[in-house]
Design a protein around this ligand. Structure first.
Ligand code: ADP
Ligand code: SR1
Ligand code: MG
Length: 408
């Protein structure tokens, strides 16, 4: 089928041609609403008018960047990578990725499970809602997806096939290179102009060569380290959950990249939320919960990743009998430490880009009181800078929490 950009009417006509979907809805009348709140794509909630329990999500990529407009061209082939990544991650972590009902690379469409009883994590955290299973679920997602797509698990041929399958996701990798690692730290037309103008903080950041030189190292790592298949945009807007279940959505930035990038994205977004509560709600109990969550996620990730590795006898990297058990144990520990360190560095970039860069986050850019927003931005940049300057010296997870807690 030839590509056509859909709207609330044509999405229903399109679905009528998809057997898998029509089997689900039967002869019910359908209605569609566009509910997308992301930066890139259109998301339709399609439901039965007779049985509201029957509902599906249709996500379509359009050939431009939604948050900027049609003048910012962006290949809709990004959906091909989202489809591949959703399928791959679903096969590895089935309970943590939505069900897929229909995909079409021609139409740049995925039809998936409607997570109607779940909300976006960012909103929940901003409302100070605690999620008892978040650390357990998301650490499993990270350990499983990162380990099982790495050279610590795959054989050499499978790993290279995986790279072939994902690493032409060039446009979205370039978006990250530009918007996470570059433009937000210099004068650039894509930045939040109103905020940059006459802002001492922006002047200081843009002139901070020590920081920017360290960011270059992290950008280089992002561009050159095919460690594992990463989600590529694992902020708290890419997680939908409730008290029982957690789902990871929106992996269109997926490619085989550095181990620490997804972990860093998560830490960054939890730390940004911590800043929101420091400045806006002053909710000390919830701030403590956020710190505990970061700690739990990192500790559980480490132990789950190590457990998977300990029982893996053969892989592209290591074959049985190559080193003795004691050396293997020491090697694995050292390896994990370096993943955590690098995650902290990426977390610094992922926090800092949200201050002046094109895509802000609601809990910081959405603060209405101007003075509070400035204070929050200053705090975000302080933590981000510490992360970027110190990441490779971090010896223990508590040091990460200390950086967040002690920034004023
Ligand atoms: P984008 O690629 O534009 O960032 P997302 O995949 O993040 O789009 O989706 C945008 C929004 O659509 C999400 O923030 C969420 O509110 C909603 N959404 C996406 N997928 C689902 C789903 N499976 N169930 C319910 N809502 C969804
Ligand atoms: C123009 S960059 C838009 C941003 O939105 C996505 O969610 C990614 O974080 C990307 O950097
Ligand atoms: Mg999104």
């Amino acid at each position: 089928m030839e590509y056509k950009e859909l709207d609330v009417n044509s999405v229903i006509s399109y679905l009528k041609s998809v057997d898998e979907v029509m089997n689900y809805f039967g002869s019910d009348d359908l209605k569609a609403d566009e509910i997308g709140d992301g930066n890139l794509n259109y998301v339709y909630l399609v439901s039965s008018t007779t049985d509201s329990k029957k509902a599906l999500i249709v996500k379509q990529a359009v050939p431009y960047l939604r948050c900027v407009g049609e003048e910012f061209a962006l290949g809709r082939q990004r959906m091909t990578y989202e489809i591949r990544a959703l399928s791959k991650f679903k096969s590895i972590a089935p309970n943590l990725v939505p069900e897929l009902y229909h995909v079409s690379e021609d139409m740049s469409i995925v039809v998936m499970q409607y997570l109607g009883k779940h909300i976006i994590l960012r909103g929940g955290l901003t409302d100070a809602k605690k999620y008892p299973n978040l650390s357990e679920h998301i650490s499993t997602y990270l350990a499983q997806t990162l380990f099982k797509t790495s050279s610590l698990y795959l054989d050499s041929t499978s790993k290279r096939k995986l790279i072939d399958e994902f690493n032409s996701n060039t446009e979205l990798c370039k978006l990250t290179e530009d918007f996470v690692f570059t433009f937000a730290y210099m004068e650039n037309e894509t930045n939040d102009a109103d905020n940059v103008k006459d802002n001492q903080l922006a002047k200081e950041l843009f002139a901070d060569m020590e920081f920017k030189e360290r960011v270059l190292d992290l950008k280089y790592k992002f561009m050159t380290a095919p460690d594992a298949l990463i989600h590529g945009d694992l902020h708290t807007g890419s997680i939908m959950l409730n008290e029982e279940e957690t789902y990871v959505i929106d992996p269109e930035f997926a490619f085989v990249g550095p181990f620490g990038f997804d972990i860093g994205a998560l830490v960054a977004n939890l730390a940004n939320n911590y800043v929101h509560h420091t400045i806006v709600t002053k909710d000390e109990d919830f701030k403590e919960y956020l710190l505990e969550t970061i700690k739990e996620i990192l500790e559980l990730f480490e132990s789950k990743f190590l457990q998977l590795w300990e029982v893996q006898k053969e892989s592209a990297l290591l074959i049985d009998g190559y080193i003795d058990d004691k050396t293997a144990h020491r090697y694995r520990k050292k390896f994990l430490k370096s993943i955590i360190q690098e995650s902290v560095g990426f977390a610094g970039c992922k926090m800092a880009r949200r201050v002046f860069g094109v895509a802000g986050v609601a809990e910081i850019r959405g603060i209405e009181d101007k003075k509070m927003r400035r204070d929050a931005e200053a705090l975000v940049l302080k933590i981000a800078r510490e992360f970027v300057m110190k990441y490779d010296k971090i010896e223990a997870i508590d040091e990460i929490l200390e950086i967040i807690k002690s920034a004023r």
